[in-house]
Design a binder for this molecule. Structure first.
Ligand code: PLP
Length: 234
């Protein structure tokens, strides 16, 4: 069959998840696998649903709206890329979880649009912890402050944190970043706001998901290892 390779790739990813979970005494059933389908069309996406994919991730609003009607209903869509405030309205009724909330302004727009649509929208707050060599990233205090402000908005629910680690690096070097994310996650989990429910720590991609799981990720976003290398020229 044309898409048989998807089955094999998914099996390999699931075996790796199981192995990482064994290393850290976790239950593989507690890890949510998000299949990242950016640049791939609905036929490939639908084939992967046949092999058990339940959650798909896209990083662009335009790609979600373009493919939405062609993908079999029932799958959960995740927005994992940068979201511009003026595009919130296009996806507000389509996505299960927005991973990339990184400003109060964006959260306010999501809150407003969710209210208009009569929805409660689940989000993750995106934090960029500074790596050992990187001087970029939101520091812990800024992140906590942002969470505290978002927690006061109606129609929006903070379900956890998301992190995009640098790629093309040795996964082991990211371990301290992942560990710091887990620390921030645990710190926020102690806050007592009604609309914070620290359930998901979204980190780990094809290159580094085993290390991410060992350090506390329970939501991983895998594209290349399932669908193959992306072709951006099309
Ligand atoms: C593309 C993308 C991924 C998946 O990356 P792979 O290396 O192909 O697994 C994960 N998260 C985000 C935010 C992405 O944009």
């Amino acid at each position: 069959m044309k898409f048989e390779y998807l089955k094999e790739n998914l099996q390999t990813v699931r075996d790796n998840i199981r192995e990482a979970c064994l290393n850290c005494n976790k239950n593989p059933d507690d890890i949510t696998l998000i299949a990242v389908t950016k640049t791939y069309e609905a036929d490939v996406m639908n084939a992967s649903l046949e092999y058990g994919v339940t959650d798909i991730g896209e990083n662009k609003v335009q790609e979600i709206t373009r493919k939405y009607d062609d993908v079999k209903p029932g799958v959960r869509w995740h927005l994992i890329g940068h979201l511009q405030t003026n595009k919130v309205k296009y996806i507000i009724d389509k996505v299960h979880l927005i991973h990339s909330v990184d400003s109060l302004k964006l959260a306010e727009e999501i809150s407003k649009r969710a209210g208009n649509a009569g929805l409660e929208i689940q989000i993750l707050v995106q934090i960029n912890v500074a790596g050992e060599e990187s001087k970029f990233g939101t520091d812990r205090a800024t992140a906590l402050d942002l969470v505290e402000h978002i927690a006061k908005l109606p129609n929006i629910r903070i379900m956890g944190l998301m992190n995009i680690a640098p790629f093309d690096v040795e996964p082991e070097t990211l371990r301290p970043n992942f560990r710091e994310m887990k620390e921030i996650f645990d710190e926020i989990a102690k806050m007592t706001y009604d609309n914070i429910e620290m359930k998901y720590l979204s980190m780990g991609m094809s290159n580094d998901y085993k290390v991410a799981i060992e350090e506390g990720a329970n939501m991983i976003r895998i594209g290349t290892s399932i669908y193959g290398k992306r072709d951006y020229s099309k």
